[in-house]
Design a protein around this ligand. Structure first.
Ligand code: FAQ
Length: 308
């Protein structure tokens, strides 16, 4: 029986409306597939590039215990990248092509990873704020309409919640320390706060994909809704350990039951995603070098696979 395009579209829309999962072999509109490839591949690239700012501190972490914890965390991020590339491949794209787009600078990855990790406190701030923002954004993605992405997110979120606590305990310990350590923690918060809020993407009025992605149940909440939740969750955590959020406009708003906060520097955000952030060049260079250095491993793995 030949099923018309119209019937397929109707069936797809009914699935989405009933909150059922779309699976790789199901029919889906081209634009839905394209959106998923875009978002999942950017997400995968973010996990891989995201290993760099923290990886730089593994050898410098202040104790063997902290080195082991950080090593495990960075390794988790590599794993997240791999689940995400696999989820993306179920949509009919080749991982090699996705990686090539990352290495050439064509593909986007999260703006946040283009900022430098200058001190040990930055590792606390990254875990607390960056993984915190990642969880806020990714818990709703566990209910995304595309099955392989949703399922990958379940495990990723469990691991991210460990990461977030790991970062917060670093900040907590520093805040119990000397004045120098407390200043270091505050300085890290000052530098990572605004870039962490930028992770949620442009404000709703400028977000070109949100409306469509929400109607397909890929995204469940808008960029601004999730950003507001992040602020509301994080401010009490900062206060509890004596840190000050670097925002003079931050104020509790009784009526809305959340914080009002200052304007994000959108010029900075767009510069960073256009490739002109503080570390964009360095990140791509490091990733290209790792890829080139690993060529013999890929060749050996292919030769082994061909033999068996
Ligand atoms: N950075 O219309 P929208 C992590 C782009 S994982 C760079 O709002 P959308 C774990 C966007 O792609 C962090 N580009 O787009 C970890 C689009 O460009 P395009 C990554 C951004 O897709 C922790 C354009 O702007 N998480 O941190 C950013 O509806 C520690 C218009 O934007 C994910 O990827 C940005 N911040 O909403 C790892 C989560 N924001 O493609 C290591 C999944 C926007 O048209 C260490 N992704 N753009 O050229 C999402 O939820 C969504 O894709 C958003 C953006 C919310 C990021």
């Amino acid at each position: 029986m030949v099923v018309s395009q119209e019937q397929l579209t109707k069936q797809f829309n009914a699935y989405v409306a009933d909150d059922k999962k779309i699976e790789p072999k199901d029919w889906m509109p081209d634009a839905y597939r394209k959106t998923l490839v875009r978002q999942i591949s950017q997400h995968a690239h973010s996990e891989i590039i995201g290993m760099l700012p923290e990886g730089a501190w593994i050898t410098r972490a202040p104790s063997l215990k902290r080195k082991a914890i950080l090593l495990a965390k960075v390794q988790d991020e590599a794993g997240h990248g791999l689940y995400l590339y696999s989820a993306c491949e179920t949509l009919g794209v080749e991982r090699d092509d996705l990686v090539a787009d990352l290495l050439s600078g064509k593909a986007k990855y999260s703006s946040i990873f283009n900022y430098p990790s200058k001190t040990w406190a930055d590792i606390g701030a990254i875990g607390w704020l960056v993984d915190g923002a990642a969880i806020m954004n990714q818990v709703p993605l566990c209910r995304c309409s595309y099955g392989p992405y949703a399922r990958a997110m379940v495990r990723v979120c469990k691991e991210e919640s460990f990461h977030q606590r790991q970062g917060y305990t670093i900040m907590m310990e520093l805040m119990k320390g000397t004045k120098e350590q407390r200043d270091m923690a505050q300085d890290a918060l000052n530098r990572w706060w605004w870039p962490s809020l930028m992770m949620f993407g442009p404000s709703d009025k400028d977000s070109k994909h949100s409306a469509q992605s929400m109607s397909w149940n890929i995204k469940r909440f808008s960029n601004d809704e999730l950003r507001q939740r992040m602020v509301d969750m994080t401010v009490p955590q900062a206060e509890l350990i004596g840190l000050k959020i670097p925002d003079p406009d931050l104020k509790w708003n009784e009526k809305k039951g959340g914080y009002d906060f200052g304007e994000i520097n959108w010029d900075e955000f767009y510069e960073v995603i256009a490739g002109n952030g503080p570390c964009n060049e360095e990140r791509l260079e490091a990733r290209n070098k790792a890829h080139d250095d690993g060529e013999w491993v890929r060749k050996a793995a292919m030769a082994y696979a061909e033999k068996h």
